[in-house]
Design a protein around this ligand. Structure first.
Ligand SMILES: NC(=O)c1ccc[n+]([C@@H]2O[C@H](COP(=O)([O-])OP(=O)(O)OC[C@H]3O[C@@H](n4cnc5c(N)ncnc54)[C@H](OP(=O)(O)O)[C@@H]3O)[C@@H](O)[C@H]2O)c1
Length: 345
């Protein structure tokens, strides 16, 4: 245990999952460097963090710009001290078939959602490697393993983050570094992205059910940041998607082709004129949660199981041994009775 306050950077901290993550670390007493674009939302998160008794520095930064991210890291360290944990959690997307996207849109989603993580990872490594300590958490998704229709650029970026992270993990191992990198694969979450990301579909966007509250993801990130797990899958839907795709990818193609276009839209008509956050932040404090609260789960049994797998393994192992001992005892009792019967007859 360290005696000074843990210093944690969260990118995408202004809203959605990033905001829930920042609050989760604040509740555990961390000092926070908060990165996203809208200064108004950053101030709102800062007030929440301070109300929880923690310190926070806000940096209004576009993560697509590596120089801005590097400057933010410099300022956060100057104000809070050495960074212990860096959480990459920024995203944007365009809900659209690939053939309707412009090259500029595709590039922008990639620059924010993928290169934003690369820039954050570089800024973190620059500080953590020489100190030989620190943890980088990549907020991932089931979609880092299995792409879905209408989100080609986003899914491509999520796959790319996984690719980059695996290469980095090997490099850190090769040099014997104690810096740890982990990826937390999220299920669908009830965040504001479905109201402010660009949508070219006729109906309003929604997460593919089942949906979890962002606090479930935030607790997973906090847990992963303090363990040495390579990857953490959150929610049974995430585990089923990842394993289903490993085992039966062609069947998954067909199932997603049938279900995931409608599955990502509500019945309400989309307003084609509504503003979106692709190039600039939009106004308003959206908070951590989106508009799907009524259907969102607050807990994940699978998350509990995977984070208690040693205890679960121990209990399962003990039950198995007890069962085997019981069977053996029954068998020998039966054998004794048989032998006794034979002697009598
Ligand atoms: N929601 C889900 O269903 C879901 C599922 C799986 C994984 N995830 C992952 O969870 C993470 C957060 O997603 P979310 O749903 O919480 O998204 P969100 O609600 O749209 O929030 C995105 C955050 O990123 C910031 N941001 C966007 N573009 C930025 C840029 N160019 N530079 C800096 N900050 C930027 C936004 O604030 P500003 O606009 O003020 O910059 C906001 O704070 C992402 O890694 C996403 O892939 C989400």
């Amino acid at each position: 245990m360290q005696d000074r306050q843990e210093v944690v950077v969260v990118t995408g901290a202004g809203a959605g999952l990033g905001r829930a993550i920042a609050r989760e670390f604040a509740r555990h007493g961390a000092a926070l460097g908060l990165i996203s674009r809208s200064p108004g939302r950053l101030e709102a998160v800062k007030s929440e963090i301070e109300a929880l008794g923690a310190r926070a520095v806000t940096m209004s930064v576009d993560v697509a710009d590596a120089t801005q991210v590097e400057r933010a890291a410099e300022r956060i360290e100057a104000e809070l001290g050495p960074i212990d944990i860096w959480v990459n959690g920024v995203m944007t997307t365009v809900f659209s078939p690939l053939h309707e996207m412009s090259p500029d849109e595709f590039r922008r989603v990639t620059e924010v959602t993928y290169l934003g993580y690369v820039h954050g990872t570089m800024a973190a490594l620059k500080r953590m490697r020489p100190r030989n300590r620190g943890t980088i958490v990549q907020v991932g998704s089931a979609l880092a393993h299995r792409s879905i229709p209408l989100q080609s650029a986003y899914c491509g970026a999520k796959h790319a983050i996984k690719g980059m992270t695996e290469a980095l993990r090997c490099e850190l191992m090769h040099e014997g570094s104690a810096v740890h990198v982990t990826q937390v694969e999220m299920p669908a979450l009830n965040t504001p992205q479905f109201d402010w990301c660009r949508n070219r579909m006729p109906r309003r966007a929604r997460p593919m059910a089942p949906v979890f509250q962002p606090e479930v993801g935030a607790r997973a990130v906090y847990w992963a940041a303090h363990q040495r797990r390579r990857e953490l899958h959150v929610g049974s839907s995430t585990a089923v998607t990842i394993w289903g795709n490993r085992l039966l990818p062609a069947l998954m193609d067909r199932w997603l082709a049938r279900s995931a276009v409608d599955g990502q839209q509500t019945a309400e008509k989309e307003d084609p004129e509504r503003p979106d956050n692709l190039w600039q932040p939009i106004k308003g404090d959206m908070g951590a949660r989106g508009r799907f609260g009524r259907e969102s789960k607050r807990h994940s049994g699978q998350f509990w199981l995977t984070t208690h797998r040693d205890q679960v393994g121990l209990i399962a192992g003990s039950l198995l041994l007890a069962g085997m001992a019981w069977c053996a005892a029954r068998h020998s009792q039966r054998t004794r009775h048989l032998v006794a019967d034979q002697r009598r007859s």
